[in-house]
Structures are given as C-alpha cells and as structure tokens.
Design a protein around this ligand. Structure first.
Ligand code: AVJ
Length: 316
C-alpha cells in the first residue's frame, strides 16, 4: 500500500498514566478514547448494527438523502478531514458525489482501522489523495505535506462530538475552525434528545455488544497494564442523566473488591462504578447555539423523519 500514514506524537505512557489518575479520583473514571484498540473498534462497528442503536443507520440514510446537496455546498477542490474516521464508511457516500476533491485526511487512534479504511477508499476512489493521520484527534494536528491545502471541510459525523462536555465541544469546534481557515466549513453529526427509554436501550442492547465494548477497557488494562480485573465482577450499565442531557456508561462493581494495576491497589465498594463514557444529547437549537458560541455560522441543518439525529453544515 502506498498510503503514507502520519503519526501524531503521543506520550508512550499515556494509557497507564490516564488509568491510574482516573481510578484515583473520588468518582472513578476512564477516558473513552481507550475503547478503540482493534478489538474495541470492531466492537463499535458491531454496535452500529444492533437494532437498538439507531444513530449510524439513521445518519447513513440521511447522508444518502442529502449527499448531492452536501457536495454542492462543499464545492470542488476541497480537502476533507475526518477526525475519528473509524471504518470510513460514511465518507464513501460523499466521495462518490464530490468533484475534484484534493485530498481526504482520515484521523484515527486505531492504526489498524486507519490502514483498513485508507486501503478500501484507495480501491474505490483511486484518484483521490489520501493522507491518514494516526493519533488522538483531540490533540492538535497539522499537515506534513508541502502543498498548503485550502478549502478544508471537517467531517465529524456519528455524534462523536457527544463524547465531549459542551464546554469541550465548544473548544474543539474553535480549534477545528482555526485549522479549517476562513473559507473552511464543518459537517457535524449530533444525536438529539428523545424519550429516555429509546436513549437508554440504544446503550443497553439486548445482544450485550455494548457491554462487551465497555468491558473491553478492563480487558485492555489487564492485558496491557498488568491489571487483574475480574470481568464477571463488573456489570455494564448506561443511564440517561437528564440534568446533564447525557448518557453515562458505567462499569458497576458487583461486590466489595480490590483490583491491582501495576502494583497499585484500587478499592471498589459494592455498586461503586467507573464512569467510562459520556454521550451528550442536544436539541437542534442547543447545538446551533453552541456552534455559534464557537464562532461558527449555521448554514443548514438536516434531520431525519423521526428527528432522531441532525447534521449541521457550519461555516467558519
Ligand atoms: C462513537 C461516541 C458516537 O456515544 O453513541 C456507542 C459511542 N458508546 N455505544 C456514542 C458508543 C456506546 C458512540 N460514539
């Protein structure tokens, strides 16, 4: 494969430091970016297929419906940057419609997925320049190529923005705006507020895929950091926190127990939990207001028939 992968500088100690720090807090917590090793990225792809998880399916359909309009807005000779590109399925809908795209820049923390998607896109769209970047997209990134690439569009679908708190999301959008430049734009996918039952079942699927995805964090700590979590002694739950308008994913200790990581011991009371992920839900109005606070102009918003999700075209 002739796709050159750029790596973002990452501190090799990041995982262990983040884990020890997170588990030392009064409310134990682990950063959700560590879900996505190869196993976890595959589990996430499986989540996208479970009946209860409506986001991916609905957004793919919406993208299909509006792809011509989107391509017109993006215009010719653009560069598309996709933070957290994953398997790169959504972008392929757009690539088919775009004329004279200059480059596609997928960014992902999982190098396996990055290679896989870059190769797939290379197969289907041989004339598009692909510049994958491996790393954590919340860190600043930049070009390594000589050409300065203009007409940049940041493509951030899938409600990934929901992993940030609103304050972090605003900061993220500000950073992307600076990166995209004056003529730049952003396409952001947002999961909308809806009845609690529908939200909670999307994160508590009956096949248990989300539970396995959540527990993969403990598997990684055991395998990579010498942890001794007993996987059966933690239970996955996801609850909607209405005050914060977010789903909280948790791993709940089933008994009074201690766990060792790297000779450090952590105590869990019965029912004490590790907070592993936030997934914020917005109204269209609330998200538009957030984007405007970040200095972006809301150009157009689309939603599906059931108002499950929205896609926002924002101008820098
Ligand atoms: C990838 C962050 C959009 O929050 O819905 C899915 C991750 N976690 N099921 C989401 C996730 C549990 C997902 N995002």
């Amino acid at each position: 494969m002739d796709v050159k992968v750029t790596e973002l500088a990452e501190t090799p100690t990041g995982f262990i430091d983040d884990v020890l720090e997170g588990l030392s807090k009064p409310q134990k917590t682990l950063p959700c970016k560590y879900f996505y090793d190869e196993v976890g990225s595959n589990l996430f792809e499986s989540i996208c297929d479970v009946d209860e998880y409506y986001i991916t399916r609905t957004e793919l359909q919406l993208l299909d419906d509006i792809k011509c309009e989107l391509a017109q807005l993006i215009g010719p000779d653009s560069v598309i940057i996709e933070p957290g590109a994953g398997a790169g399925i959504k972008i392929q809908k757009l690539l088919a419609e775009l004329t004279a795209l200059k480059a596609y820049v997928p960014i992902d923390i999982s190098s396996d997925f990055l290679f896989y998607s870059a190769e797939k896109i290379r197969e289907n769209f041989s004339d598009i320049e692909i510049r994958p970047i491996q790393g954590d997209f919340t860190e600043p990134y930049q070009w390594t190529g000589k050409k300065s690439l203009t007409n940049r569009v940041v493509f951030f679908p899938g409600s990934t923005i929901g992993n940030f708190t609103p304050a972090q999301a605003e900061q993220f959008l500000k950073n992307q705006k600076r990166f995209a430049g004056k003529e730049g734009a952003m396409i952001i996918g947002v999961d909308l507020v809806k009845p609690l039952q529908k939200l909670e079942s999307a994160y508590n699927d009956s096949q248990g895929v989300t539970a396995e995805f959540n527990k993969n964090l403990l598997v990684r700590i055991n395998n990579e950091l010498g942890g001794n979590f007993e996987l059966d002694q933690f239970e996955h739950t996801a609850v909607f926190n209405p005050a914060e308008s977010r789903i909280e994913m948790r791993l709940v200790s089933q008994q009074n127990q201690s766990v060792k990581i790297n000779r450090q011991e952590f105590h869990f009371d019965e029912y004490e939990y590790i907070h592993t992920e936030n997934s914020y839900k917005y109204t269209i109005e609330a998200f538009t207001a957030l984007a405007e606070r970040a200095g972006l102009k809301s150009h157009k918003v689309w939603t599906d028939d059931e108002n499950l999700i929205s896609l926002h075209y924002l101008k820098c």
